[in-house]
Design a protein around this ligand. Structure first.
Ligand SMILES: Cc1cc2nc3c(=O)[nH]c(=O)nc-3n(C[C@H](O)[C@H](O)[C@H](O)COP(=O)(O)OP(=O)(O)OC[C@H]3O[C@@H](n4cnc5c(N)ncnc54)[C@H](O)[C@@H]3O)c2cc1C
Length: 485
């Protein structure tokens, strides 16, 4: 490459809250490229319903010690204390910042910011925009990003390969069918979760673990990939992308019922419906073994139509399209894959152990969540550690960096990957590790996943979306199952 127009000060892979917020927190003198592999709204951030947890202008005697305690209890005290401290102490400043960027959080009749309660929280501290908080937060930050002249924003740009080079990193990116190389001294991976490695997930189609795979291939440490959160209350209709019935529905008083339309949580946990997600999901699976049925329901009809349609408009409307009026009917639910606690290991500045490589949001492992994420702590994690990544990179950009280029080889006479690989991996994962791991299935699945992974790594395949995502799913399944067996 003889000109370096594809050289940036920083490249950010991912345009959910993690990637966008990192970009907007960097100085306007920094040349930044942000890419996302589909449309801007196809990301988990856009789907977030419940809200963002924070002790900001606290009510009900809330304080950061209580937020810390709740985070530790949900995480089974396996959380990293340094990261949790950063998370809860810097939360208020990030909430204030995103409000200043235009985020419209709900307010009460006096114009004060409203907060809701969710499972595992001892106080009302969840800032929300009705039941579509993620869409609103992402919109506000994305609008701010789009106004910045220093930020180039590319949609439908798939990072296929990422390598470490002399001056930093080079990425092979597929844009409109053309492979383009982008280089930068600093790369931020903000590629989201891994939900699509399962048959049933709340995650969008982008959640195939591409960033985790790229980091793994570069030798970065990947931590606790088998720490997967299964949300207890996804709408149960056997769709691959499951619609989430937010935690805040239980927070606002919904009961969980078994196939006999009886409450059952008292048999498993004293916190009843407000126990953390892992406890509730596990209780549902154990209860289903007792009753021999996977029929479960949420019941919040007693709150009435006016309240429910105002407080949960998106959920209310969605359920109506399914023939369910939540003000009258029971809502069929069942657990499904929802969130990844593990990921690319980072320090409290979002730095991986590959010099110059950062990871933020769901693809990262900051250690804040321990064994189980407390509801509404993940948007907060993406904000807090995205800001820290931006600060860390900005400080280093004072150092001299020379633009550089790089050329990737493209395989000749390559063929398309065989069909059915991704479906096979999903079936393996669903059988091997759904809420409660099955060691025998995991072992058998691991052997097959190893074969698939090797085939993709050594075969002569066209480097396109199908190949990239199949290799990511195989790599992610490989790492998870290796931890489980
Ligand atoms: C249904 C649902 C409800 C949720 N509710 C809440 C909630 O109420 N509160 C809360 O705190 N959390 C919630 N979460 C979790 C939270 O939304 C996510 O953890 C968080 O938004 C992740 O943000 P992110 O920026 O890391 O990833 P995402 O928002 O998923 O963004 C990932 C980005 O990476 C891009 N990308 C991926 N691979 C590539 C590649 N190879 N090349 C180029 N780009 C790539 C994608 O295109 C996308 O832009 C919810 C999640 C779901 C699914």
């Amino acid at each position: 490459m003889d000109n370096y127009s594809n050289y940036y000060d920083t490249v950010i892979v991912g345009a959910g809250v993690g990637g966008l917020y990192t970009a907007v927190c960097m100085p306007e003198t920094t040349r930044i490229l942000v890419i996302c592999k589909r449309g801007a709204e196809v990301c988990n951030s856009h789907l977030a319903q419940g809200g963002v947890a924070a002790v900001y202008k606290p009510v009900d005697d809330d304080n950061i010690n209580l937020h810390t305690e709740d985070t530790f209890i949900a995480g089974g005290f396996k959380n990293n204390p340094d990261s949790v401290k950063v998370l809860v102490t810097e939360a208020a400043a990030e909430i204030e910042h995103i409000i200043s960027l235009g985020t419209d959080f709900d307010r009460d009749e006096n114009g004060e910011l409203d907060r809701t309660l969710e499972g595992g929280h001892s106080r009302r501290r969840i800032f929300h925009h009705r039941d579509s908080t993620g869409a609103e937060v992402t919109r506000a930050i994305r609008d701010a990003v789009k106004k910045r002249k220093n930020i180039t924003f590319l949609e439908d740009a798939l990072m296929c390969r990422l390598v470490k080079t002399d001056g930093g990193f080079a990425a092979d990116v597929l844009v409109n069918g053309e492979h383009i190389t982008y280089t930068a001294p600093y790369f931020v991976l903000a590629t989201g979760g891994i939900g699509r490695v399962y048959d049933f997930t709340t995650n969008t189609a982008i959640a195939t673990g591409d960033g985790i795979t790229a980091a793994y291939e570069m030798g970065a440490t990947i931590r606790d990939l088998s720490l997967i959160q299964f949300h207890p209350t996804a709408y149960h209709d056997n769709s691959r992308e499951c619609f989430l019935i937010s935690e805040s529905v239980r927070g606002e008083g919904a009961y969980l019922l078994n196939c006999n339309k009886e409450r059952f949580m008292h048999r498993y946990d004293d916190r009843l419906e407000l126990a953390p997600r892992d406890v509730v999901s596990r209780s549902i699976i154990l209860e289903s073994r007792e009753t021999g049925s996977d029929e479960f329901y949420l019941d919040i009809a007693y709150k009435g139509k006016e309240y429910l349609s105002e407080r949960f408009p998106m959920i209310y409307e969605f359920l109506l399209t399914q023939g369910i009026d939540m003000a009258k009917d029971l809502i069929p639910i069942y657990p499904c894959q929802h969130y990844l606690m593990g990921g690319i290991n980072v320090n409290t500045y979002a730095q991986t152990d590959v010099n110059g490589l950062y990871a933020v949001g769901e693809c990262s492992h900051t250690g804040v969540h321990g064994n189980n994420r407390l509801a509404s702590n993940s948007l907060l994690e993406a904000l807090v550690f995205g800001h820290r990544a931006a600060d860390s990179i900005s400080a280093k950009l004072d150092e001299a960096h020379e633009p550089f280029g790089y050329e990737f080889d493209l395989p000749e006479n390559a063929e398309h990957i065989p069909t059915g690989i991704r479906t096979e991996i999903r079936h393996i994962m669903q059988k091997a590790y759904f809420v409660i791991p099955d060691k025998q299935q995991a072992l058998a699945g691991f052997e097959r996943v190893c074969e698939i992974k090797k085939m993709l790594e050594t075969g002569n395949y066209i480097i396109d979306r199908d190949f990239v995502e199949a290799k990511s799913l195989a790599t992610v399944a490989y790492i998870i199952l290796k931890e489980v067996i």
